[in-house]
Design a protein around this ligand. Sequence first.
Ligand code: BDP
Length: 578
Amino acid sequence: MLYPRMNEFRDVLDLSGFFGFKLDPDKIGEKERWQEGVEGCRDIAVPASWNEQFLDTKNYMGLAWYFKKFYLPSAWQGKLIWLRVGSANYYAKVWVNGKFIGEHEGGHLPFQFEITDKVIVGGENMIAIAVENELSPTRVPPGNIPAEDKSSSRNQLYPNVHFDFFPYSGIHRPVYLFSTPRNYIEDITVVTDIENKKGIVDYKIIKQGGDGERGYVHLVGDKVKLYKEIEFRGNLAKGRLVVEDASFWSPENPYFYELTVELCSSKGIIDRYSLSIGIRTIEVRGNKLHLNKKAIFLKGFGKHEDFPIIGRGLNHALIIKDFSLMKWIGANSFRTSHYPYSEEMMDIADKEGFLIIDEIPAVGLFFGKGTERRLTLCKQYLNELISRDKNHPSVIIWSVANEPHSTKPEAKHFFKELYQHAKNLDSSRPVTLVSMLGLKEQSLEYFDLICLNRYYGWYSEPGQLDLACHKLDQELEELHKIHRKPIILTEFGAGAIAGLHAHPPELFTEEYQAELIKRYCEVVESKPYMAGEHIWCFADFKTAQHSRRAILNRKGVFTRTREPKLAAHLLKRIWAGS
Ligand code: BDP
């Protein structure tokens, strides 16, 4: 799926700003034709979660409507017109000028509809988007799940989610209108390889519309200008460009080439689309994770999209701030725990040379009633995620789930299927599952590398770091002996309330968090098969209400508003060496 871009053939209109908003707790809106407009709306900011914008929406779980009037420029006459929603959590139904145009399930991925026949070009139009965020055991991520399927630590949460972050809801990413020519480039897939000093760029282009059987692919960098004529067979054109003496994309040198595709008819160029691409390889070799044929070690964090008031809404300033802090501390990587992050975040990661474990929103999975539906949904999420993020050099690993409660036998089949599904969609990247069961996880054999979350010294062995590190050491050794694959420790950490101190260290103090992280890093870095350490978590974040959480999960090495705790300074010394 291509991100909407402007050029002489394409236009984009960003509807971000204020929308009309109305709650519909009794779900009467559709019957009463709210899609054609309704009285009594208040203003709401988009993109942003609805929860903290008003006093009555904090814990609202139900249906809510968004409305926006917009004027379509006359210059769009004769073009195809599209509506694209960056993300809406959890379920969205969309109408244009009162006419239903489509729906989408899943809170963190974009969806778009062609609306050419439904709009007035050179006139005023209105969209209505109904967003519903109820928690259900058959949704992913799940909530309100039967007591027998609940993990004990997830008891008694309000709202009743089966995961450890606040279920922020609403339209979280921009709503765009965009135009394309009637014959247009629908999709581009780029896979790169390295042969000695050569960079290999394989491309696959899909076009739509009857016109345009040929075109050009251009690749431009500092030292090169390559182009190739392409010919479509049906809707598809494939080919290869070879860059002699290429600059490879890496954290130290996030070098881009500009790849431009042009679609041509007998009259000349009729569409164009440009992508920034990085030439790099990523693969598992024996015990190691290799970037550009050399072993790499991931240093970084699990994160969240989370900030006061805006909630999970796109926050450009926060993206820039987070990258500046991650660079300051010497990190080179992060995981999009526990759902896909904004496309804007992925773009900056490409530019800043960060390595990403890209995760679908499969958190809190359990196996019982509804497993087949959850599997179908996870496959849909993989389709959408890989289609969205496949061309980002920063994305090096796909993660199909975080901490599934996979003790039942059917979990094995479930993850075998998901692994294969991801590989069929993209065989160029390793695929993983982030496990808390470790040695008891039955499906680790399928995955290319192992990701493990561990909380010795916190949830178990509290305050006993010698014992905690001993257990960690033993478990890593055993896991490696059985699976012989690289392991990334994708979560470890301790809660610290900023400003709370104790010497000798005690739980919830900055000293204890710093000490636990230091000791874990020593264990991890002593093992040749370890491919990375991701601390949980980058910053404090809001959770559902629970007796174990004082509003926030406090495992951030930065506070929620990004002030460093003691652990941040310590990590800077470990990772950046200063
Ligand atoms: C892990 C989860 C993560 C939680 C963390 C914690 O993957 O979402 O926030 O534990 O308890 O189990 O802090």
